[in-house]
Design a protein around this ligand. Sequence first.
Ligand code: URP
Ligand code: ZN
Ligand code: ZN
Length: 484
Amino acid sequence: MFDTVIHSGTVVTASDTFRGDIGIKDGRIAAVAERIEGGTRRIDAGGRLVLPGGIEAHAHIAQESSAGVMTADDYYSGSVSAAFGGNSSFIPFAGQHRGQSVDDVLATYDARAQRSVLDYSYHLIISDPTEAVLHDQLPRAFKRGITSFKVFMTYDLMNLGDGGMLDILTVAKEHGAITMVHAENNDMVKWMNRRLAQQNLTAPKYHAISRPELAEEEAINRAISLAKLVDAPLFIVHVSTAGGAAIVQREKLAGTKLFAETCPQYLALTREDLDRPGMEGAKFMCSPPVRDRATQDALWRHIQSGTFESVSSDHAPYRFDASGKFTAGPDAPYPKIANGMPGIAARLPYLFSEGVAKGRITLQQFVALSATNAAKTFGMTQKGSIAPGMDADIAIWNPDTTRLVTLADQHDNMDFTPFEGMELTGVPEVVLNRGHVIVEDGQLRATEGQGRFVPRATVDLTGKRGYLAKELDPAQNFGARIAP
Ligand code: URP
Ligand code: ZN
Ligand code: ZN
């Protein structure tokens, strides 16, 4: 009765590890048992770990930056790269540029995403929260299951200001959606840029100097205050500082409706990597920037102790040429070099190797950080675990193989990987999306366009006490009705 049976493996979920077989029928997990016979196809997972396929919750795919630079990966190459990295689904961004309607943005990304080999959704980036966007277009997007979006506190063409953020947070709360935020203080960064430019300090390494740790810490603190004022859920993306992570930890303890992620680059790289000869440092430019060893240690401690829901890639693939990093010329000053680095294929192998293989995190934590928590936070209710009824999104890992990271293994459209040459233990050998084998024997088995759009549920706030500002409480504010 099963289309596929995965047998003899060690199954791992966010709560358990057990020897078990998995029976798959019509793209779903139909049975999990000690032994399952039969199956049109039997996959031998002896000596392997059978995990929920990864969910990549932060990736820039077929997206133009605010400066108009298109990512090197489209929905085909981006999803293929993600699949080779052990992912079964992903949630890239659909980016609104000023003047665009949300309906137009979604129509554009719907067309781009037709090529995906993975199931997908989008986080909607809002840069222009007009009345029509807030009250007509966003509610329409929520209705089709797009239940998260991102706002920016930095970049002149994206920064909404505090009032704009409050509007978005309030509308999101009304519809059960979650607001994600890129938190860096724009004025601090611009002030640093001016001071550095006055001294002609424009090499890539000064990018790391121009975006101080305090710029992130201040903005995280402010974003949380804004979200608390209206008691709306908030997700802090790509936390890169010990100070920022400590604020998140403190506010979670207080019951704030708060979620957060960090990324492998903040664990693997430091600002010394931006100080490589010539323009080489441009490969390591992302925002917020990579920091130092002490920060890496602090971020690991926060991963271990539950500050972060996920470790995401922030895959932002700009090639080391005139199509990507150097649209403003080969010797462009750092403010004119595209920010971002690739990492969608390296995210899980890096987290497995540095996390599980080195004994920093348990296998259960790995599953939670790579798939289960993203599924719960972003409403992918059919994904992120191994249990009867769930989509058969599965990654079979060999935990013992060690290999060096190469560009070829990333299977993306990039001309470099910032993780080049790192020695990583643990390889996702077989990956399934809704029961279809998409990667096996080092080969792609998927066909272009087989991925499906996933309508998502609203954010699950169970266990988050929230915050009631006195001034927004009708019992204490003379009956004023300010936010839902
Ligand atoms: O440097 C990065 N991360 N570029 C991508 C855009 C963003 O800020 O997320
Ligand atoms: Zn960002
Ligand atoms: Zn990003």
